[in-house]
Design a protein around this ligand. Structure first.
Ligand SMILES: [Zn+2]
Length: 356
């Protein structure tokens, strides 16, 4: 387990009965059935795995005209986005299956098929992001290091005038940087921001081996069939699209004008569940394509409150959670459509980017 060594732990206000009561209500809903993955999840996983496998094999082994190959890279990038949002995200939260080995195997989809170290994923996402969303210095996913301004307290720079535009190309390169640079940087230093990683020998060997396998079939093997320049172009384009879909969807739920970005010092004034509700937004519940593709990340509030539940259950749970919370006077933040969420993200960035 990683250890927080370079920052004070975030202190929330003492817990009330809100969360235990909500947990009891949700447990009642699942009486007699598992909150983990079901047949729909298995079917979805199969479709995504075949989509990624077929997309990759077509690009490597079938001679295609250039325009069709570029289109194929876009399709493979979208497929990888769906795979990442749906399978390893759930598995790393132990939400995919009831048995630990099922989650361990499905988490490796990130390592072997996508190029992400699932060890680093769990530290960055499960520990840093989920425990302390939107708290600077603790949530690595909002660690923009001055490139994007998300709080009035952060210094304004002239470049921030354009941040609502340049975030999109920026989101497109996040995963290439993460998989090819950050994973190795964290591995070599043994640190991720405020945390000491304390990786065991097996985790270290796995990280290096999986990276080699991933680059082997994404770059080395295709180079036997195509010029290296074309292979690198295809690889880059695929990962730009992959990154834009995955990072874009995750950012919409946490960076907008509805949420807050509390300071950790001298402590969060709210209890944990209230902090989660103040920093997380749902969007587009009635968009069936989004509901299938986004791995439940348009139901982020349910996800943050119950991360060990498989996302296929979120549409059933969201109205219950919303009703229960609103009955206690708490707000359930929500954009009605994907378009409204994108607009909310851009308008917020434009506002924070304009000269103070
Ligand atoms: Zn998560």
């Amino acid at each position: 387990m990683p250890r927080l060594v370079r920052a004070e732990p975030v202190r929330f206000a003492p817990s009330s009965t809100i969360y235990p009561e909500l947990r009891r209500r949700i447990a009642e809903q699942f009486r007699g059935r598992s909150p983990r993955g079901n047949a729909a999840m298995v079917m979805k996983s199969a479709i995504l795995l075949v989509w990624v496998g077929a997309g990759w094999a077509t690009l490597v082994f079938v001679p295609l005209p250039g325009w069709l190959a570029l289109l194929g890279c876009v399709g493979l990038g979208v497929a990888c986005g769906g795979l990442g949002l749906n399978i390893p995200h759930d598995a790393n939260h132990a939400a995919y299956g009831r048995r630990p080995w099922v989650n361990a195997v499905m988490a490796r989809v990130a390592d072997v098929l996508l190029g992400a170290s699932s060890y680093m994923w769990r530290v960055r996402h499960n520990v840093m992001h989920h425990h302390t969303p939107n708290i600077e210095g603790h949530d690595e996913t909002i660690s923009y290091r001055g490139v994007i301004r998300i709080k009035p307290a952060q210094p304004w720079r002239p470049k921030h005038r354009y941040q609502a535009i340049y975030v999109w190309p920026l989101y497109s390169i996040v995963l290439l940087k993460w998989f090819l640079w950050d994973d190795f940087k964290w591995f070599a230093s043994g640190r991720m921001d405020s945390y000491d990683l304390e990786m065991g020998r097996r985790a270290k060997v796995e990280l290096v081996a999986y990276k080699a396998i991933w680059l082997g079939y994404m770059v080395v093997l295709p180079a036997f069939f195509h010029p290296l320049g074309q292979v690198l172009l295809a690889f880059t384009l695929t990962y730009l699209v992959f990154s834009l879909t995955l990072v874009g969807i995750t950012q919409l739920a946490h960076v907008n004008g509805l949420v807050s970005f509390p300071e950790a010092d001298p402590g969060i004034g709210d209890e944990w569940i209230v902090h989660q509700l103040a920093t997380t937004v749902d969007f587009g519940h009635s968009n069936r394509l989004l509901n299938w593709y986004a791995g439940g990340l348009n139901f982020q509030i349910v996800h943050h409150l119950f991360p060990a539940m498989c996302h296929v259950h979120y549409p059933e749970l969201a109205p219950i959670v919303r009703r229960e919370l609103e009955a206690r006077g708490l707000r359930y933040l929500y954009f009605p459509t994907l378009r409204a969420a994108v607009r909310g993200h851009c308008e917020f960035l434009a506002r924070l980017g304009s000269a103070p």
